[in-house]
Design a protein around this ligand. Structure first.
Ligand SMILES: CC(C)(COP(=O)(O)OP(=O)(O)OC[C@H]1O[C@@H](n2cnc3c(N)ncnc32)[C@H](O)[C@@H]1OP(=O)(O)O)[C@@H](O)C(=O)NCCC(=O)NCCS
Length: 182
């Protein structure tokens, strides 16, 4: 388990698949994700099987400390030479939005990425209309590096993608002294 203050990250299990299918077919959640068409159970099973042997990706379920799964978080396109990876997160149980669970899970994953996996840089891309996610990433220490203008076609028009990243030294600077000593 990777422990946060309000969340813990655990491995994903085959039994989670029906929950993931429900989450990823919720239009309010999908709006913010790079998914184009509805997800079937068979597709999700195929994705799960591929994850088991994918060395370039690490995906975890986000649980509350009471053990309720509320979403997923992962590092993708892990580049072991340049020591960077792309972060993806979804909190899909919507009653948990805006309560600090995303920030907590990201901080826990960043600590794992920098202090266990020895990564140097974690990056991501966020849709320009996703103010909640942008704010959450800023709170975690991500900095905006650029904009991919009109890089997304959604709801009949183009939107910008905001590119953000955090370096290991920036994360270390943000950690409270107590946490750094542990
Ligand atoms: C994005 C996500 C991971 C954030 O997790 P969360 O637990 O909801 O976020 P937090 O509560 O930690 O932080 C959200 C912050 O955004 C703020 N916020 C909410 N809506 C906002 C908006 N429209 N514009 C700006 N800020 C907003 C909140 O007030 C909070 O900031 P504060 O603590 O300073 O008040 C989660 O909401 C989620 O998974 N959403 C759906 C899928 C998604 O967007 N994934 C990311 C794709 S890049």
């Amino acid at each position: 388990m990777i422990m946060g203050e309000k969340t813990r990250l655990r491995g994903i299990e085959r039994e989670d698949i029906p929950t993931f299918v429900r989450w990823l077919n919720d239009p309010e959640v999908r709006r913010y994700l790079n998914l184009n068409s509805p997800i079937s159970r068979a597709e999700e099973e195929g994705w799960f099987e591929a994850q088991l042997s994918d060395e370039s990706s690490r995906v975890f379920a986000i649980e509350t400390l009471e053990g309720l799964a509320i979403g997923n978080i992962g590092l993708h396109q892990i580049d072991w030479k340049n020591r960077n990876a792309m972060l993806g997160i979804v909190i899909a149980e919507k009653e948990y939005w805006d309560r600090g669970f995303g920030t907590d899970a990201i901080q826990a994953l960043l600590r794992f990425a920098f202090e266990e996996m020895n990564l140097h840089r974690v990056y991501l891309s966020v849709f320009d209309f996703n103010g909640r996610a942008s704010r959450c990433y800023e709170k975690c220490g991500f900095r905006q590096e650029g904009r991919a203008r009109e890089g997304l076609f959604r709801d009949g028009r183009y939107h910008d993608l905001i590119e953000m990243a955090i370096l290991r030294r920036e994360f270390a600077d943000e950690e409270p002294p107590q946490a750094k000593e542990q």
